[in-house]
Ligand binder design. Structure first.
Ligand code: AMP
Length: 436
């Protein structure tokens, strides 16, 4: 299938051609014709599936022919959970709408000055991309009118709900016209997302995109055990010094540790920078630009700040702290393996973090392969008593690295390369203690 068969206007096809994409991704194949036909859509698709184009192209197609009356409000509204994602979506709108010389966009996100956004809203804005909190601020101050919105798009709806935006979203939706078309994209369509979706869509078409095995295979997932913080720091340094490393995103649990780790890497001569929610938006944008230009080699980030980052040069994701929520793991590792390239995701686990690793494995259904760096192996662990909660009272015997005592860890010689490839059966069973 080609983009030509999707029914898009010639101006949009030209822009797609210029990006170099020749074949629509599965979500684009299904969502674009359905949206052009005017249906409301509930789409489950993951980061990296090409979902941004899947909603941007039909939305632009809808507004391409008719110019709005002077003084009308935006005709397309996209809500995203984070500022970074909003900026990326706005960029995609500008890329695909390149041939539409009249097209004006505005990006309304927190952390940026209100005044500049109000000025933007004073001219005719065709497409607004916003985070819910800031848009609601503008709405309450009567700086934006949403009654002309023809297409409402909720991107990463599950994440917006996780972040507590449910009421803001309801207030925003209530300010739009009931005649609008609604396109909801989310990693999952179950639970609270499902009930929100049923409140705001009419006879929606449901599109569920499975993550193709070969797509997931582009990111190699590894696990390394560390004895303590000092050990994690040494492992990180060795990993970052490897030849196969191009650019890396290193995740920490808190904003403070992102700052501290970034500083300590800088002191070691590594081109590192922090990215987190306490930074001013202009500073965050500058950091992301420097990352895109390759001037930053290592971005040390927190979950929310790094969501939506799409930089093809990111060869590695390193979870310095494993994520507290297993689903964040999927979003984190999705920062690498972009644009069809391969990526490596390495999770460092301290002695008290093995429960989080189990949760990730349960959530993804994938087993993380244990790696070690020669000379930096974790110490064998003494048997521990059952821990309440934590890892379900599992005991770690002595043997190999803790957490996987019965088995052989794979060795990463000099960082990433390996000395030996165990067979599939060794890999799937040998590195894991039987449960129970
Ligand atoms: P998204 O899921 O929207 O974040 O897109 C993931 C990545 O895929 C981005 O780098 C897009 O630029 C890229 N992309 C989107 N559509 C296509 C396509 N049809 N062919 C190849 N790459 C694409």
């Amino acid at each position: 299938m080609t983009f030509h068969s999707l029914g898009l206007a010639a101006e949009l096809l030209k822009a797609v051609e210029q990006t170099g994409y020749t074949t629509p991704t599965p979500v684009q194949m299904q969502a674009i014709p359905a949206a052009i036909a005017g249906h409301d859509l509930l789409v489950s698709s993951h980061t990296g599936s090409g979902k941004t184009a899947a909603f941007t192209l039909p939305a632009l197609h809808k507004i391409i022919d008719r110019r709005p009356a002077p003084g009308s409000g935006p005709r397309v509204l996209v809500l995203t959970p984070t500022r970074e994602l909003a900026l990326q979506v706005e960029k995609a709108v500008q890329t695909y709408g390149k041939a539409l010389r009249w097209l004006n966009t505005a990006c309304l996100v927190g952390g940026a000055p209100m005044f500049a956004q109000i000025k933007q809203l004073q001219r005719q804005c065709d497409v607004v991309v916003a985070t819910p909190g800031r848009l609601l601020d503008h709405l309450n101050r009567r700086k934006v009118k949403l009654s002309d919105v023809e297409v409402l798009i909720l991107d990463e709806a599950d994440r917006m709900l996780d972040m507590g935006f449910a009421e803001d979203i309801d207030a925003i939706v209530a300010a739009t016209s009931a005649k609008r078309q609604t396109l909801l994209f989310s990693a999952t369509l179950d639970g609270v997302v499902g009930s929100m979706a049923s409140r705001m869509t009419r006879n929606p078409q449901r599109i569920e995109i499975e993550v193709a095995q070969q797509d997931r295979g582009q990111i190699e997932q590894r696990l390394m055990f560390a004895d303590d913080l000092g050990h994690k720091n040494r492992l990180l340094e060795a990993l970052l010094g490897d030849d196969g490393m191009n650019q890396a995103v290193v995740f920490t649990a808190t904003k403070r540790s992102a700052d501290e780790l970034s500083l300590s890497l800088q002191e070691k001569g590594i081109a590192a920078a922090a990215l987190h929610g306490d930074m001013h938006q202009t500073q965050r944008n500058r950091t992301l630009d420097r990352l895109r230009q390759g001037r930053i080699g290592v971005l040390v980030a927190t979950d929310v700040a790094a969501r939506g980052i799409d930089v093809a040069g990111i060869s590695h994701v390193i979870n310095f702290d494993p994520p507290r929520q297993a689903e964040d793991y999927v979003h984190r590792i999705g920062r690498t393996g972009r644009a069809g390239r391969d990526g490596i995701a390495i999770t460092l686990s301290g002695p008290r973090e093995t429960g989080l690793i189990r949760a990730i494995e349960r959530f993804t259904g994938d087993r993380l392969e244990v790696h070690t760096i020669p000379g930096m192996e974790p110490s064998p662990r003494k048997p521990a008593g059952p821990r309440p909660g934590g890892n379900g009272g599992r005991r770690f015997g002595s043997g190999g690295g803790y957490g996987r005592p019965g088995g052989e860890a794979r060795r990463s010689a000099g960082g990433f390369s390996r000395d030996g490839h165990p067979s599939r059966s060794e890999r799937s069973h040998g590195d894991r203690r039987s449960r129970g």
